[in-house]
Design a protein around this ligand. Structure first.
Ligand code: GTR
Length: 409
């Protein structure tokens, strides 16, 4: 489907019910798995890019430069590597990846470790108390350890609990992460990071289907996957993506557009991620609110849905459906209604018929139970609390991933 064939948003019909992912844009029912794979999946990917996230650039060849190796990280439990992932034309800034791999593989059947890959908010140096980890040079939002919008050594080790690296290593998982602003700093201009080397924005605002930040961050995750599939210590069949909030939106998009990703945990990802655009939750973030606050996250066309999200030719269940039959877990806090936990549950329910095409179970629960992990292929977990990532949530991510990502024997 070429984007020139697609109507402008105002010409799309209003559909209060969520559009059925198993009915194509021209109204034909998807007859089975083959038609889903061949026709409907590419069509949905084109629709999501055109009306919501913007067009991702095509892939760029990645060159990995291992800058540092510490085989005795975490008291000897892990090998830490700092790897520059260079791509694009001369001068294009690399992604600075932190890779921590357990030295002892947890399963006798697996020579290589499964990995959680994700974007971090605050820089790799904040995730471990290690005086050598490279500090990001790109623009950063103001917070503790950041001065004049730039990270400083004061941030070292500040967010050890947010990523709980040691807990993952103890569970046999590797962690691969980089600062989300390496690709595109989180502000409404398009001049920094690698983004301007791949996307030309004409004027101050994103054009109708120009690549927004969420899609670009997802695309940088794909570049990290390009590298991870070449690392012998990593099991290329067990690459999971994780992200919190806006980085969770990017994680879900990354999984929906790249089959090499075996599992996704978009944690508290909310509007534009796991939560429906047609939400019924009066406390949840809306399409208008997100577009007004973060004009750089989504393409120009998406703003046309501010008043009427019911014109969207899809809802977020179709994004999850693009991950089928791979496992996806939504995790939420009861007090974080802005991220719309009940709406997210409905998203999983509505994606389930597409999982059924593959004989996968989808979501195996009629309603959420507080504090109980639903660990079906489409998983769900809700607990007391606010918008946060902590070791308690990591325990759930790791439990779900251990159950759902078995090594091939
Ligand atoms: C909020 C935004 C949410 C979520 C969150 C975050 O301000 O409204 O969509 O992304 O930020 O990323 O922490």
């Amino acid at each position: 489907m070429s984007s020139t064939d697609l109507p402008v948003p105002a010409q799309l019909s209003v559909r209060a019910d969520w559009p059925d992912p198993l009915v194509s844009f021209d109204g034909r029912r998807v007859a089975g798995r083959e038609m889903w794979e061949r026709e409907r999946k590419p069509e949905l990917r084109a629709l999501f890019q055109h009306y919501m996230y913007g067009r991702m650039p095509s892939a760029s060849k990645v060159k990995a430069i291992v800058r540092r190796t510490d085989p005795q990280a975490l008291g000897g439990k892990a090998t830490l590597k700092e790897v520059s992932l260079a791509f694009g034309p001369e001068g294009c800034p690399p992604l600075e990846l932190l890779l921590v791999v357990p030295n002892k593989r947890s399963s006798s059947t697996a020579a290589a470790a499964p990995v959680f890959l994700g974007l971090n908010f605050t820089g790799n140096h904040t995730l471990l108390a290690d005086p050598e980890i490279k500090i990001p040079t790109a623009w950063m939002r103001q917070r503790e350890g950041v001065e004049d919008h730039h990270a400083t050594p004061k941030g070292r080790g500040l967010n050890v609990d947010t990523w709980a690296l040691e807990q993952s290593v103890d569970a046999g998982f590797a962690i691969a992460t980089f600062y989300y602003g390496d690709g595109l700093p989180d502000k409404p201009d398009y001049a920094d990071g690698s983004y301007p080397y791949f996307v030309k924005v004409d004027g101050a605002q994103l054009g109708p289907s120009d690549c927004g930040a969420i899609a670009y961050w997802a695309w940088t995750l794909h570049r990290a996957v390009d590298y991870l599939v070449t690392v012998p210590e990593i099991d290329r069949e067990r690459i999971a993506v994780f992200g919190h909030s806006r980085n969770g939106k990017a994680a879900l998009v990354a999984a929906a557009f790249d089959e090499r990703i075996a599992l996704a945990v978009p944690h508290q990802s909310g509007c534009g991620g796991a939560a429906p655009s047609r939400t019924q939750n009066p406390k949840a973030e809306t399409v208008k609110k997100i577009n007004d606050s973060f004009p750089h996250w989504f393409c120009g066309n998406f703003k046309a849905f501010n008043a009427e999200p019911a014109r969207l030719p899809f809802d977020q269940h179709a994004l999850v459906a693009l991950c089928a039959p791979r496992p996806v877990l939504f995790t939420n806090g009861l007090d974080d209604q802005w991220a719309d936990p009940p709406g997210q549950f409905e998203t999983l329910k509505a994606a389930t018929p597409v999982y059924a095409l593959y004989g996968a179970e989808g979501l195996a629960a009629a309603e959420p139970k507080l504090g109980e992990l639903v660990s079906s292929t489409l998983g769900y977990y809700l607990r007391e609390g606010v918008h946060v990532t902590d070791p308690g949530y990591w325990r759930i991510f790791l439990e779900f991933a251990a159950r759902r990502l078995k090594p091939k024997t």
